[in-house]
Design a protein. Structure first.
Ligand code: SF4
Length: 717
């Protein structure tokens, strides 16, 4: 038996794993006791990874050969790699020649490795000359990116997991950490056992298992987070709990924020958020003082936050509102203190690092900045990087639906289930003249729409790196050879690029490490500088945090300890962004607030976790969870079928009374796809999963859609 050290491919905790293999078979998996993220622990998903790679599962789920459809709706036929890549190059070149480079678009994934991501970004922006490349990280972390940049000056989470061991108060907002980041939650539980005085506050409309564990649960109304943060700041100012010395020495713009929160009185905020005034006072005191109760002897406060803040039509304001609290109380740059966004996907961070979003360029550069464009053009040895902003995820599919984008290349993601407003996504995939899907799994909903299917390798089969939530870069390693004719994602990009523009010199790479070295050079002098890092160092010393500059022996555990921020004057900025109401508040015709979220034992669209019966032991089938009072009012019995209907579509599923859900709210898990949860769009078209209901309304600052909330009605079926 061979042990191969690698990383779990699921959530952004980024746990290290030891893959056990014999020959070309993965036979087991163990937590890596030497990985700093998990010290040997794995959650239910990580522990069963090897079972998802079993031969009988792979035979049913994997895409093993290139396949092409002669016509939409026809069964795909096996083809060769040469024919597949020639066809892709011909169709993409045709669309570009007729309509220009912006007639094509790439939709990629936070589950790709950094090397894959880098190659895709260079292909679109460097070789083809379009910025139409976006990723499912847009659905996941783009509000966190916008919030960090607006306030702290760079997209860099300032804290680390070890801060849990120093925090006096942990404030969790919009995250069911117990389910979404389980190993990190175990670490929080350890820290609380070790220091029983630590306080845990959880702000969440649902009484999740995370909220159940809290010392103080703030069951705020969906969408009222910004108002909550402004209200807490109002209280901190009133009680003298802010850190005036820190504000004066290290920040700008506090006066405007002070004016903004002046009318966010406890009574008004409590009423609008659906909270008690005394709970607001307690939360403000614990947060400001790190639960010491004394601003002169401040403990440390760490905030953990995720999609409840990000997946919102005011995601930037919510992120900034929380970071404002840290800056106003000096709760940043010290052990145990700081705002800490938890990454949803395993490598959303790596994607941000290589500039894999439509508005970014390599190494946290901005597309809108002419100097940054010139730097990247020089690095790539091309005359220029196109100036025109690319289309963000939702815009890209809207453009395909209206016929502007003609050819789509989708890699390692399943937009026909995971994007909001599935009506539009379906129209986009039907209207696009050519759709390529580069995937490991043949079973995704998107596969049914693809003209060309390209088999990709996946966990246990590929090499590269990922970056987890705490800026820690880990190696991903192959334990077994690729199955069938599957190729590595970066390899597919390189092979396609060489056929698209024969004779160019942009893709000489023959290994993932060659791509990674180029990415490393692009970070020189940037906030995420990793010029002191190498594959050899990662192999020798294990996972490392960035920045890690040339000459450094190790990276930085936490940022901004010197009070200097990556802004022109070195000061952080308060962001005075007002509360904005939900894109779609509930109203008499749609009287329920639908929220969405994760289950403990499933991952995304269940392509991998859905293959194991044991992972259905926790939750066996889809249901809409409702408050018991609402069930009674609607004369619904547990398990009775209901129509859940939004302005865009309707689903039929069992109703389930839940003590976690407040009155006038409803909850449906995000994972269930067409095999489990059928429905109809408002035009009668077949749609499936909770995103038949969700809205594509998005945050103007981050372009992240409001996947977390839609107004719905619930009627007996
Ligand atoms: Fe994998 Fe996340 Fe579970 Fe760790 S916590 S084993 S990274 S799913």
């Amino acid at each position: 038996m061979t042990d191969t050290r690698s990383t779990c491919p699921y959530c952004g905790v980024g746990c290290g794993v030891l893959i056990e293999s014999e020959g070309d078979r993965i036979t087991g998996v163990r937590g890596d006791p030497e990985h700093p993220a998990n010290a040997g622990r794995l959650c239910s998903k990580g522990q069963t990874l090897h079972l998802t790679a079993a031969p009988h599962v792979a035979r049913q789920t994997r895409l093993l050969h290139p396949q092409v459809r002669a016509a939409r709706g026809a069964a795909p036929q096996r083809t060769t790699w040469d024919e597949a890549l020639d066809l892709a190059a011909r169709r993409f070149n045709g669309a570009i020649a007729t309509h220009g480079p912006d007639a094509v678009g790439f939709y990629i994934s936070g589950q790709l490795l950094t090397e894959d991501y880098y190659a895709f970004n260079k292909l679109a922006k460097g070789l083809i000359g379009t910025n139409n490349i976006d990723t499912n990280s847009r659905l996941c972390m783009s509000s966190a990116v916008a919030g960090y940049k607006l306030t702290l000056g760079a997209d860099a989470p300032p804290a680390c997991y070890e801060d849990l061991d120093h925090a006096g108060c942990v404030f969790i907002a919009g995250s069911n950490t117990a389910y979404a980041h389980p190993v990190l939650f175990r670490r929080l539980e350890d820290a609380r056992r070790a220091r029983p005085g630590m306080k845990l506050i959880v702000a969440d409309p649902r009484r999740t298992d995370t909220a159940e564990a809290a010392d103080l649960h703030l069951p705020l109304q969906p969408g009222s987070d910004t108002l909550l943060f402004h209200g807490l700041l109002h209280l901190m100012l009133r009680e003298g709990w802010t850190d005036t010395a820190y504000i004066a020495a290290h920040t700008r713009g506090f006066e405007a924020l002070e004016a903004l929160v002046r009318d966010c009185t406890p009574a008004r905020v409590a009423q609008a958020c659906g909270l008690e005034v005394h709970d607001l006072v307690t939360a403000a005191r614990w947060f400001a003082t790190g639960a010491s109760g004394d601003p002169k002897a401040r403990g440390a406060t760490l905030s953990l936050y995720c999609q409840g803040l990000n997946q919102s039509s005011s995601g930037t304001a919510k992120n900034a509102g929380l970071i404002n609290l840290h800056l106003a109380t000096g709760q940043i740059g010290r052990p145990g203190a700081g705002p800490f966004s938890l990454t949803g996907q395993p490598n959303a961070m790596g994607g941000r690092e290589v500039g894999g979003l439509a508005n970014l360029l390599s190494a946290h550069r901005d597309l809108a900045d002419p100097a940054h464009r010139a730097e990247v053009a020089a690095l790539w040895g091309i005359p220029s990087v196109p100036e025109k902003p690319g289309l963000s995820a939702v815009e890209l599919f809207e453009a395909a639906a209206d016929g502007t984008v003609k050819a789509l290349w989708i890699a390692c993601t399943n937009p026909a289930q995971s994007m909001p407003d599935q009506r539009t996504v379906r129209r986009a995939l039907q209207r696009a003249e050519f759709v390529v899907l580069q995937e490991a799994f043949a079973t995704t909903a998107t596969a049914g729409f693809a003209d060309l299917l390209l088999p990709a390798t996946t966990w246990g089969e590929k090499d590269g790196t990922v970056t987890n939530s705490e800026r820690r870069i880990s190696r991903v390693r192959a334990a077994v050879p690729p199955p069938g004719e599957a190729r590595h994602d970066w390899r597919i990009v390189v092979d396609f690029a060489r056929r698209l523009r024969p004779g160019h010199a942009l893709f000489p790479h023959e290994t993932p490490e060659a791509l990674w070295r180029e990415h490393r050079e692009s970070t020189r002098g940037r906030d995420l500088d990793i010029t002191g890092l190498s594959y050899a160092k990662l192999d020798r010393d294990g996972p490392q945090q960035w920045p890690l500059r040339e000459g450094d022996t190790q990276g930085k555990a936490r940022l901004y300890g010197d009070g200097v921020f990556p802004t022109p004057d070195g000061r952080a900025r308060f962001a005075a962004l007002p509360h904005r109401p939900l894109a779609e508040p509930r109203e008499p015709r749609y009287p329920f607030s639908l929220t969405t979220g994760r289950l403990r034992d499933q991952w995304h669209g269940m392509g991998r976790t859905g293959t194991l019966g044991r992972l259905f032991g926790h939750v066996a089938e889809p249901a809409v969870q409702l408050n018991a009072g609402d069930m009674q009012r609607l004369a619904l019995r547990d398990g009775e079928l209901v129509h859940v209907t939004s302005r865009r579509g309707s689903l039929v599923l069992p109703a389930q009374a839940s003590g976690q859900v407040a009155p006038a709210q409803a909850f449906i898990a995000m994972h269930w796809g067409p095999e489990y949860l059928g429905g109809r769009g408002s035009g009668g078209e077949p749609l499936a999963g909770v995103n038949a209901l969700t809205t594509s309304a998005r945050c103007p600052g981050s372009q992240q859609p409001e996947l977390k909330h839609a107004a719905v009605k619930v009627l007996k079926a």
